[in-house]
Design a protein around this ligand. Sequence first.
Ligand SMILES: Nc1ncnc2c1ncn2[C@@H]1O[C@H](COP(=O)(O)OP(=O)(O)OP(=O)(O)O)[C@@H](O)[C@H]1O
Length: 237
Amino acid sequence: MPSFISIQHLTKSYSKGKNTVTPLQNLSLEVPQGEFLALMGPSGSGKTTLLNMIAGIDSPSSGELIVDDRDISKLSRAEITRWRASHVGYIFQLYHLVPILSAYENVELPLLLTKMSRSQRKERILAALDLVGLSDRANHRPSELSGGQEQRVAIARAIVHDPGLLVADEPTGDLDRESADSILQLLNTLADEHDKTIVMVTHDPKAAAAAHRTLHLEKGQLIEQGAVSSSTQNAAS
Ligand SMILES: Nc1ncnc2c1ncn2[C@@H]1O[C@H](COP(=O)(O)OP(=O)(O)OP(=O)(O)O)[C@@H](O)[C@H]1O
């Protein structure tokens, strides 16, 4: 099966004063469509940097970055903004819901950027809320929801425009174990039954274990779980 994400020899450097920081160095990665991939690694190892590259939020210094058959490192700023809006869904640790809007209205936000009619939007929003198990909370505001429910609304918002790729940065970092497990189950369902390709950054080994595969970032390179050195495990714990 061709890869949904194909990264070849990707390097990312930042200038910091007189110094250069290179969180990702000559990194290569293949992710098949429908895979739920977890990224782990010590703080500062470049996990968020890699996630931002894959999601088209930041661009590589060098290397090839193909997502869904497109080399997104070669797109202009306007093209990448358009690409992101239709191809990527974002899930954050702290949900980033708009407090004065209902769950329904929060989920509607990505669709307001499209030419969809109100009735088309309604159909999509109700389907997304149904998929995350929150049909009965459509009119509730975030403050009237539990943390787990807020994250479900955020996931409904991330999938409502039907992107192929979901990126999640510590999606269970603010949740108790039970809520975290049900969010991880939902992410598995999205990969297994809805063919979403999911890349999740996490510090939580239990969250990583729920994914199909876990990779560790070490010295700007990716290492399969099992091949990770004890020094990295100590640093990550
Ligand atoms: N915009 C930027 N400008 C300069 N340096 C940056 C920038 N973004 C990230 N870095 C540096 O790149 C390195 C990797 O950062 P990154 O946030 O990707 O790590 P991380 O593994 O996600 O860490 P954490 O687990 O703490 O979130 C760090 O040394 C960071 O200071």
